[in-house]
Design a protein around this ligand. Structure first.
Ligand code: CAA
Length: 338
């Protein structure tokens, strides 16, 4: 993680005026695809810094950006995005973590869940509600160091895949946060979260494309070597069609990802296309890695060969940063609005 940061592969969204590398979304997707080809668990941990920092980029004042982005540009830090909760993953407006006003401070109480890098992060961006009955209109965003009194990470999740990436709940017990650490106005937190996700879903498409491309590369090499009925299995049309579908869908997922990243770079509203990219590329990764296991046959189902890891890793892609059911909901709403 530290090496990635030193060569500018993590915290890439910090603009140069705050000391960062300020990669465009397109550049960040190119890097993310390559990292995920190697290991998507590592890629998730590395790019999670951008997810954690994005609420400051989209919702912070100039002073807040100088302070928090500047600190993350000058020193190696890990940052987590704390949105999901045990009883509110897809339904962001239903979050329960309470922020009660007390003088110039807010006091946070509640629990976040499934937080990437949660147990090892230095800094959190946290979403809490001032009034649970107000739904999205009551949500506020905050930035706070992980050593703020009352903050404690819970037990690390024992996940099916992406095991290199730390995931845990975080408990907030009377955590006092000054108003100067609130991002945006009271009630603006929901829109900050949505604008963040519009920008961070293209890299999820890139991550999925990296996993899928690795599965295709492994499948091509294996199919040329493995023999059945006296011939390499790459000579059989049943295998060739699987390889062809893999390559076609990977290419399409990458193009959608790049289109959505380009729209983010142009400052265009990218909600629909970002959801196209996230949904298509991650469904592709699941299908391609499942077919890779099929091409490897019994070998593919063992840990001796690389493709079972890719299949386990791919499953998470359809779940995090908004399930693919939520992506379809976003796409449908955008279509109906148009
Ligand atoms: N940009 C700006 N504003 C937006 C917006 C966007 N993309 N999307 C919605 N809004 C606005 C709406 O216009 C509306 O504004 P008004 O009140 O002014 O009219 C307001 O926000 C509320 O919008 P909705 O009525 O659409 O809200 P909703 O409650 O129906 O929920 C949702 C919408 C799309 C389902 C949302 O809850 C959602 O995105 N859920 C998925 C959450 C998610 O992706 N979580 C991922 C966690 S992070 C993670 O997984 C990362 C990791 O570990 C690596």
């Amino acid at each position: 993680m530290k090496k990635a940061w030193e060569i500018g592969l993590s915290s890439t969204c910090i603009p140069p005026e705050h000391g960062g590398v300020g990669l465009s979304a397109v550049d960040s997707c190119i890097a993310t695809e390559e990292l995920a080809w190697g290991c998507s668990g590592m890629a998730t941990s590395i790019m999670c810094n951008d997810l954690g920092l994005m609420p400051i980029v989209v919702g912070g004042t100039d002073e807040q950006k100088a302070e928090w982005l500047g600190a993350c540009a000058s020193d190696f830090k890990m940052i987590s995005f704390c949105l999901s909760e045990p009883d509110a993953g897809s339904d962001v407006a239903g979050i329960q973590l309470l922020a009660e006003k007390d003088g110039d401070d807010y006091v946070l109480n509640g629990t976040k869940a499934w937080i990437t890098n949660g147990g090892v992060a230095d800094l959190y961006t946290v979403f809490a509600t001032l009034d649970r009955s107000s739904r999205h209109k009551g949500i506020c965003a905050f930035v706070l160091p992980s050593d703020t009194p009352g903050v404690s990470p819970g037990k690390k999740e024992d996940k099916m895949g992406q095991r290199a990436s730390d995931t845990c709940p975080i408990h907030f017990d009377n955590v006092r946060v000054p108003a100067s650490q609130r991002l945006g106005q009271e009630g603006e937190g929901f829109k900050i979260a949505m604008r963040t996700l519009d920008r961070t879903r293209p890299p999820i498409g890139a991550l999925a494309t990296g996993i899928a491309r690795r599965a295709l590369d492994e499948s091509l090499a294996y199919a040329k070597e493995r023999k059945a009925f006296g011939f390499p299995i790459a000579g059989f049309q049943a295998v060739q069609f699987m390889l062809a579908d893999m390559a076609k869908d990977i290419e399409a997922g990458r193009l959608l990802t790049m289109q959505s990243a380009w729209m983010v770079d142009q400052g265009l509203r990218a909600a629909k296309v970002s959801s196209f990219a996230k949904c298509f590329a991650t469904d592709t990764a699941m299908r391609v890695t499942t077919d890779a296991v099929q091409i490897f046959g019994g070998n593919g189902y063992t840990k001796e060969y690389p493709v079972e890891k890719l299949m386990r890793d791919a499953k998470l892609m359809q779940i995090y940063e908004g399930t693919n059911q939520i992506q379809r909901l976003v796409i449908a709403r955008e279509l109906l609005k148009e």
